[in-house]
Design a protein around this ligand. Structure first.
Ligand code: PEP
Ligand code: MN
Length: 340
C-alpha cells in the first residue's frame, strides 16, 4: 500500500505518518517526488490494506493506494519519476544514454588495460569485467577472483571508468563490494533470493540481469528484493531469454524495455552481447535497444578475442567502439535522448 501526502506537507506531518506506520508494525519506505512525498507501507502480504481508512483519515494524506502487484517499491505507482543512479558521476536513467563495455572475463592486466583505454577514448562510460564467472560447465574457466578485481580497480584508476563486476554468491558480496562500483547479478542468479537480499544491504548500485527464462514480473520482483532490503540503486538488464530459436544464443526481448519502463521507474539496460551471442548481430540490436528506450547498453569487448577466456565468439574489438558509440548517439538523438 502507498500513502501519498498532500503537496506541501510539513516534515512534522510526514513524521506522524511514518510513526503511525511503525506503530502498526509496518516498515515505511519514503520516496521524495518532485511535488509530493510518497510513503510505501511495507509488510507481509496485503495486511497493510486493512488500515487504509486509518491513513486516509489523516489530514495530511492525499490518498491511499493499495498495490495489487506483487512488487511495490520498484513500481511506477510508488514513484512516477525515473530513478537516476549516480555511479561516480556517471548518471544512469536520465536523458543521457550510457554505453558500458569490457571483457566477459578479466584475463591479464595488459589486455584489460588496453581494452579500457581504447573504449574510454571511444566514449564508453563504464568498464565491465567478470572476476567470478557463472559457467555452464564446471570445467570451463571460472574467473580469476580477487586478482581480477585488482586489475579492474587499476583500470579504473588509470582511465577513471567506474567498474561493474558479477557477484555469484553471498560469500563473495563483501569482496566484490570492496572493489566494484556496480555489482552485477547474473541471469542464472536472478532468483537467488539470499544473494538479492545481500546486495540489498550494499550501498553499491546493482545491475540485475533478467533470468534465463524469467518473466518480466519475476525480474521486477527480484529487483523488489534488493530495494526492499535497503538498496534503491538497481538497474534492470535485459540480456535475452531462452526460446525455441537457435539461430541466436538467446532471444533478445526488446519489448521488455518499454514494458519494464512502463511498470517500473528503474533504469533499463540492454545487453545485446549475451542477447544474441553472435558478433554480427550485436550492433543492430544495440541500436534497436536505444531506439526502444533503453537507458544504456552493455557490450563485451576484447582486444584479442582469440585468447579470450570466455565468450570469445561474441566479443567485439575495442577499436570498433568509437564507431558504435557514434551510431548509438545518432539513434539516441533521433528518439530525443543524448549520448555523452
Ligand atoms: C556476463 O555478463 O558475462 C554474463 C555471464 O551474463 P549473463 O548472466 O547475462 O549470462
Ligand atoms: Mn559473457
Amino acid at each position: 500500500m502507498i500513502v501519498t501526502l498532500k503537496s506541501g506537507a510539513k516534515k512534522k506531518e510526514i513524521d506522524q505518518v511514518i510513526a503511525k506506520i511503525k506503530e502498526l508494525g509496518f516498515r515505511p519506505q519514503i520516496s521524495q517526488g518532485a511535488e509530493r512525498v510518497v510513503v510505501g507501507v511495507i509488510g507481509e502480504g496485503n495486511k497493510a490494506v486493512t488500515y487504509k481508512d486509518t491513513f486516509e483519515s489523516m489530514p495530511q494524506v492525499e490518498m491511499v493506494t493499495p498495490i495489487s502487484k506483487p512488487y511495490k517499491l520498484v513500481s511506477r505507482v510508488f514513484k512516477k519519476e525515473d530513478t537516476v543512479i549516480d555511479v561516480r558521476g556517471v548518471k544512469i536513467g536520465g536523458k543521457n544514454v550510457v554505453v558500458m563495455a569490457g571483457p566477459c572475463s578479466v584475463d591479464t592486466r595488459e589486455l584489460v588495460l588496453a581494452n579500457a583505454r581504447e573504449i574510454k577514448k571511444a566514449g564508453v562510460r563504464m568498464l565491465r569485467g567478470g572476476a567470478f564467472k557463472p559457467r555452464t560447465s564446471p570445467y570451463s574457466f571460472q574467473g580469476h577472483g580477487e586478482p581480477a578485481l585488482q586489475i579492474l580497480a587499476d583500470a579504473r584508476k588509470i582511465t577513471g571508468l567506474p567498474i561493474i563486476s558479477e557477484v555469484m554468491d553471498t560469500r563473495q558480496v563483501e569482496l566484490v563490494d570492496r572493489y566494484a562500483d556496480v555489482l552485477q547479478i547474473g541471469a542464472r542468479n536472478a532468483q537467488n533470493f539470499d544473494l538479492l537480499r545481500e546486495v540489498g544491504r550494499s550501498k553499491k548500485a546493482v545491475l540485475l540481469k533478467r533470468g534465463v527464462a524469467g518473466t518480466i514480473e519475476e525480474w521486477l520482483m527480484a529487483a523488489e528484493y534488493i530495494v526492499a532490503h535497503g538498496n534503491p540503486n538497481v538497474m534492470l538488464c535485459e540480456r535475452g531469454i531462452r526460446t525455441f530459436e537457435t539461430a541466436t544464443r538467446n532471444t533478445l526481448d526488446l519489448s521488455a524495455v518499454p514494458v519494464a519502463k512502463y511498470l517500473s521507474h528503474l533504469p533499463v539496460i540492454v545487453d545485446p552481447s549475451h542477447g544474441v551471442g553472435v558478433r554480427e548481430f550485436i550492433v543492430p540490436m544495440a541500436k534497436a535497444a536505444v531506439a526502444a528506450g533503453a537507458d544504456g547498453v552493455i557490450i563485451e569487448t576484447h582486444p584479442n578475442p582469440a585468447v579470450a577466456l570466455s565468450d570469445a565468439h561474441q566479443a567485439l574489438l575495442p577499436s570498433q567502439m568509437a564507431s558504435i558509440v557514434k551510431q548509438l548517439r545518432a539513434v539516441a538523438e533521433a528518439v530525443g535522448r543524448t549520448l555523452e
